[in-house]
Write a protein that binds this ligand. Structure first.
Ligand SMILES: NC(=O)c1ccc[n+]([C@@H]2O[C@H](COP(=O)([O-])OP(=O)(O)OC[C@H]3O[C@@H](n4cnc5c(N)ncnc54)[C@H](O)[C@@H]3O)[C@@H](O)[C@H]2O)c1
Length: 435
């Protein structure tokens, strides 16, 4: 195959994080430490994984950066917006995810990351009340101010390219409204008319990013870029979009474990997932309207892996329940329990229990890095719109539901999609050989 025309990753890459909380500061601190040789980017596919290219005698396993031009960690410049004015150092200390010795080792760089004023509306996250908020007359005004922020950041830091990553709190559930979200013209009209019900602040960030020629990644379960209007915007600006909701703890386990049940044709009668966590994310999700956004995202995982239409005897009417409980003593150290009721030969019941004592932000940070680097790569490869190959990193992967597309939640199918996209962008043949 011919080598694809992917533009080189030259110059600085600005990574602008919406939200400078636990996930963002863990991600940023890690990258800064790796750059100094003080830590390792464990869990990051772009830094560790090797993909086979070629077949038979010609096969070889190469790290991503030897197949495609991925931005170097040394070329990243971080910026952020947050509702609270604390700089990245203060916020990292406050979040208590990382040890003081780690945070201190890159303190001089972290203190320089001071969040810009947030585009925020308390109606979308009632539990938050910060002072570092833009004064915007309308949603359209919010967009204009954010665009100005991006342009200024890009110029001041001498960046060639920008990626905007949403690592801010989950907003309340915004159901897709055909009248407002159906077309770009309708969305722009609603922004100008200051429709605060249907236009979430996150939509202003996404619109601003795309308008400024930057890919946008939605790390929370918000429906922000999961609407036809934003797909149109991504197409118009030729920019990639990815989302939604980082696939970290319980859903990673679910999308990796459900295939065991499905592949062996065992039956499922119920899957109950619950967890406790005590960080600010947990506090925001304690609000029912915000939890609903997460619930919708988490519930979608099983349906496309264990499909009742394909195996009515095995997967009809299984009971799937997901709970999140705010429990401050655990802070970022989430504990998740899964109880899985399965049945086997002649319908005899069995149970599986999974108890995952994880660290939320430690699992999310490498996903931030991979999503940022691969979205930037996709933009340079001329890919735009929904990036389905990034489903591997996401709990509720985007897909064009207006065209009857279904999401791919199966972890190993997602991995094949990821590898094939990298192969294709590197000018190698895509294939489905297991390795
Ligand atoms: N850690 C995980 O495992 C995981 C997995 C999936 C998704 N997520 C999502 O990632 C997001 C971040 O998680 P976290 O643990 O860092 O939460 P956090 O509460 O520590 O940080 C979020 C930050 O976003 C800020 N914020 C809220 N609205 C904003 C706005 N409109 N503009 C700018 N800043 C805003 C808040 O002030 C806060 O500092 C959450 O939405 C969470 O649901 C996390």
């Amino acid at each position: 195959m011919e080598k694809k025309n992917v533009k080189p990753a030259s110059g600085k890459l600005g990574v602008m994080c919406v939200g400078l909380g636990a996930v963002a500061t863990t991600f940023i601190t890690g990258v800064l430490m790796v750059r100094k040789g003080l830590s390792k980017p464990v869990g990051s596919m772009t830094q560790y994984d090797k993909i086979r290219v070629g077949k038979g005698e010609n096969q070889k396993y190469l790290p991503y950066k030897e197949i495609v031009p991925i931005a170097d960690l040394n070329d990243i410049v971080f910026g952020a917006w947050d509702v609270f004015p604390e700089n990245a150092y203060q916020s990292a200390v406050h979040c208590e995810v990382l040890k003081e010795k780690d945070i201190e080792s890159v303190k001089d760089e972290l203190v320089r990351i001071v969040p810009m004023k947030a585009a925020f509306d308390r109606n979308f996250a009632k539990r938050l009340d910060g002072s570092n908020v833009k004064d915007a007359a309308t949603r359209w005004d919010m967009v204009e101010q954010l665009r100005e922020d991006i342009r200024r950041f890009k110029a001041e830091n001498n960046c060639e390219r920008i990626v905007v990553l949403w690592a801010a709190s989950t907003e309340i559930y915004v159901p897709v409204c055909e009248e407002v979200h159906g077309t770009l013209a309708a969305l722009e009209k609603a922004m100008k008319a200051d429709d605060r019900e249907h236009v979430a602040p996150s939509m202003c960030y996404a619109y601003a990013a795309l308008a400024e020629g930057a890919p946008f990644i939605m790390g929370a379960p918000n429906t922000t870029v999961d609407i036809p209007a934003m797909w149109e915007m991504a197409e118009k600006t030729k920019m990639p979009i990815a989302g939604k909701d980082f696939k970290t703890g319980q859903t990673l386990v679910k999308s990796g474990f459900a295939p065991i049940i499905g592949t062996r044709c065992l039956g499922l009668s119920g899957w109950f997932s619950t967890n406790i966590l005590g960080n600010r994310d947990g506090l925001v999700l304690d609000e029912p309207a915000n939890f609903h956004t997460k619930e919708v995202s988490k519930l979608s995982t099983l349906e496309s892996i264990l499909e009742p239409e394909k195996q009515p005897d095995l997967y009809t009417d299984y009971y799937h329940k997901v709970r999140i409980n705010y429990y401050p003593p655990r802070n970022d150290n989430k504990e998740g329990w899964d109880n899985i009721d399965i049945f086997g030969w002649m319908g005899y019941p069995m149970q599986i229990k999974i108890n995952f004592l994880c660290r939320d932000s430690i699992l999310a940070a490498p996903l931030c890095l991979d999503l940022v680097l691969l979205s930037d790569l996709a933009a340079r490869a001329g890919r735009y719109g929904i990036q389905r190959f990034l489903s591997f990193f996401l709990k509720s992967p985007m897909h064009d539901y207006t065209q009857g597309e279904v999401p791919v939640n199966h972890l190993f199918q997602q991995y094949v999609m990821l590898k094939n996209a990298i192969r294709e962008m590197g000018g190698y043949e895509a294939d489905e050989t297991i390795d």
